[in-house]
Every structure is written in structure tokens, then in C-alpha cells.
Design a protein around this ligand. Structure first.
Ligand code: HEM
Length: 207
């Protein structure tokens, strides 16, 4: 990849992560009956556990996405390893909380069982890859850490890819529920495939 193509790719990557990372804040600025919440029942909206799960999920997921991309830039990382470790710890804590909350609210996902299984699988894989990456670096295995973090952030990036796929699928099918069931899978399966090839290209062998 040429240098300018590389810079452009970094720019697009960072802008996508930052803007979708900030997106959850709109739920605090605009009336609650906005976005996804407009499709939820009054009973669900009144449930305290569900609300804790929802806000815990979107706030900490937003944080993980907002800071995660920085960790992949070699220049920034090598300039200050202490900063990499601090951001990394924040990312892991945010991912564990947001992922657990995501799994919990996944049971009430719009679109029913197909959406639920899609989101619950995504959350489980996010927790698994993030903790594997953390334990790898605790043992000093940089390669394994990098490999699992590529998978972890590719899964976190589902928040970005979901917002690209959803309008396209809604237009293609002319039905939001069908589009949502599909997006619960399409938001992360291609990302995992991308991560697989990225990890292989770097010559990293997992496990
Ligand atoms: C990677 C693991 C993730 C899982 C398992 C997951 C799961 C979910 C689930 C189950 C819902 C509710 C769907 C429904 O009730 O129909 C949801 C909504 C949402 N998630 Fe995530 N999510 C993940 C990552 C993220 C990240 C990294 C962000 C950061 C921006 C995020 C932000 C949101 C927002 C803002 C909503 C509300 C819906 C909307 O406004 O579009 N999620 N997520």
C-alpha cells in the first residue's frame, strides 16, 4: 500500500471510530424516544435492569471504540508505551462491561431470536478475544496479544459496520425488521473474516 493510501485508510478508520464512538451520546442529548428506543415496548423501557444494560452498553462501547483505534498505530504506540498500557486497560474494562451488557440486552433485541443469537454471539466473542489478548500480554506474549486484539477490535468495529449495512439493507428489503435480523450477523461476520486475513498477513499464529 502506498504511503498516501495508507494515510487515507488511517484517516477513514479513525474518523469512523471517533464518530460512531460519540454517537451513543445522542441518547443523552435528544429525547429518549429516538432511534432504536422508539421501537421498544413501554414495559421494556420502564425496566431498570434493561436500562442499566442499555446505557452501560452504549456508553462503555462508545468509549472502547473511541479509544481503541489509537492502539494500532505503531508510531503512537512506540512513542509512549506507558500510554498504550493505560489506554489498553481502559479499553479492556470498557469492553468487558459493554460486552456483558450487550449480551444481556441481546435477549430483547428487535427482530427476535435471529437477532438475539447474532448479538449474543458477537458479545461472547468480544469478551473471549479481549480477555485472551489481555492474558496473553500479562504473560508477555506480544504476538498472541496483537492477534487477539485485532479480532477484539474488529468485533468492536461491528458498531461502525452495522451503521453502514443497516441503511443499505433497509433500502434493499424495504423492511426494517428483516434488515435488522440480517445486520445482527452482517455487522460482525465479515469483520471476523477480515481479521483472520489481517492476522495471517502479519504472520501471527493463534493457539
Ligand atoms: C461488540 C459487541 C457488541 C454487542 C454484542 C452489541 C449488542 C447490542 C445490542 C443487543 C443492542 C440492542 C439491540 C436491540 O435491542 O434491538 C445494541 C444496541 C446499541 N449498541 Fe451495541 N453491541 C456491540 C458493540 C457496540 C459498540 C462498540 C458500540 C459503540 C458505539 C455500540 C453502541 C450501540 C448503540 C448506540 C445501540 C443502540 C442502537 C442504536 O442507536 O443504533 N455497540 N448493541
Amino acid at each position: 500500500m502506498g504511503n498516501s493510501t495508507n494515510k487515507l485508510a488511517w484517516f477513514v478508520f479513525a474518523v469512523a471510530a471517533i464518530s460512531v464512538g460519540l454517537y451513543p451520546l445522542t441518547y443523552f442529548v435528544i429525547d429518549r424516544k429516538f432511534g432504536l428506543l422508539a421501537s421498544k415496548s413501554e414495559a421494556l423501557l420502564a425496566s431498570i435492569p434493561w436500562n442499566m444494560g442499555f446505557y452501560g452498553h452504549i456508553l462503555l462501547g462508545g468509549l472502547a471504540l473511541f479509544i481503541g483505534w489509537i492502539q494500532f498505530n505503531k508510531k503512537i504506540r512506540n512513542a509512549n508505551l506507558k500510554r498504550h498500557r493505560i489506554i489498553g486497560k481502559i479499553y479492556v474494562i470498557a469492553a468487558v462491561i459493554s460486552g456483558s451488557c450487550g449480551i444481556f440486552i441481546g435477549f430483547w433485541a428487535t427482530g427476535g431470536i435471529i437477532s438475539s443469537i447474532g448479538f449474543i454471539s458477537l458479545g461472547t466473542l468480544w469478551l473471549y478475544t479481549t480477555s485472551m489478548a489481555y492474558f496473553a500480554i500479562r504473560k508477555g506474549d506480544v504476538q498472541l496479544h496483537q492477534g487477539f486484539m485485532i479480532y477484539s477490535y474488529a468485533l468492536c468495529f461491528a458498531a461502525v459496520t452495522l451503521r453502514i449495512w443497516l441503511p443499505l439493507l433497509t433500502m434493499a428489503f424495504g423492511d426494517f425488521t428483516i434488515a435488522y435480523r440480517l445486520v445482527a450477523w452482517l455487522c460482525w461476520v465479515p469483520n471476523v473474516i477480515f481479521a483472520f486475513f489481517w492476522v495471517r498477513k502479519k504472520g501471527i499464529i493463534l493457539g
